[in-house]
Design a protein around this ligand. Structure first.
Ligand SMILES: C[S@@+](CC[C@H](N)C(=O)[O-])C[C@H]1O[C@@H](n2cnc3c(N)ncnc32)[C@H](O)[C@@H]1O
Length: 216
């Protein structure tokens, strides 16, 4: 019987699998912002829009929040776990602190304020399915015309789709959720972990950036 010491070290995905969020925050601390956020910010910049008001939903230790602040955005960062913010606040430059509000909130009760961007990086799959439709409706309603959604959905072929309390979607379901948006980025990633990973899994991820059209 192999002991825990014989296994490969725990990585971010191992903590995510068991929803050990303090372990996850430590594992990803200091990593760069997500590609979907960077793509959304570039698209705003191409329109001459530098800064705005963003909700960073389930922001975790704050990799994306820090990028938003760096680019001049005002940010409300939410997360269900209080440790998220104790990792984030010490890394926020003094001059940016007035542009950040942190709110400890569960997906079930989340208040999504009117904003230019809802950023939900690797967040929505962890919303229990009974709360997903309500949360998604709030996200859609909160994004102003000309605003964007950036984030990930996990597919139904992803190994974690069988875990209780997770929200996974087929490509068709993702497209249905995004009806009414202009889809600017939709990268489907499907791959299997190499065997040296502690707990190899099949990944199916949709990386999305979508824009709510302006009112005619
Ligand atoms: C995989 S992490 C992603 C964090 C960050 N957005 C990132 O890209 O690294 C998932 C996040 O969802 C949060 N979360 C999990 N369940 C939640 C819930 N029921 N309500 C609110 N947040 C939750 C966790 O605390 C964690 O920060």
């Amino acid at each position: 019987m192999p002991s825990d010491n014989d296994l490969p070290p725990m990585k971010a995905q191992d903590y995510s699998e068991v929803e050990d969020w303090p372990g996850y925050f430590t594992a990803v601390l200091g990593k760069e912002a997500r590609e979907t956020l960077l793509a959304a910010l570039d698209l705003f910049a191409q329109e001459g829009r530098i800064g705005g008001f963003a909700i960073d939903l389930a922001a975790g230790e704050g990799r994306d929040t820090l990028e938003l602040l760096k680019r001049g955005w005002q940010v409300v960062a939410t997360d269900g776990h209080p440790d998220a913010f104790s990792h984030l606040w010490p890394r926020v430059p003094e001059a940016s602190k007035h542009r950040l509000t942190t709110v400890q909130e569960d997906f079930a009760e989340m208040q999504v304020r009117d904003c230019d961007l809802v950023n939900a990086s690797f967040a929505l799959p962890f919303c229990p399915p009974q709360h997903f439709p309500g949360l998604w409706c709030k996200i859609v309603a909160s994004i102003r015309p000309g605003g964007r959604f950036a984030g990930q959905f996990f597919g139904v072929r992803d190994t974690w789709a069988s875990l209780p309390g997770r929200s996974h979607h087929s490509r068709e379901e993702v497209l249905r959720l995004l009806e009414g948006f202009e889809i600017e980025r939709m990268r489907e990633e499907e791959r299997v972990d190499p065997p040296e990973v502690r707990n190899p899994k099949h990944w199916q991820i949709f990386h999305v950036v979508a824009r709510k059209p302006n009112v005619p």
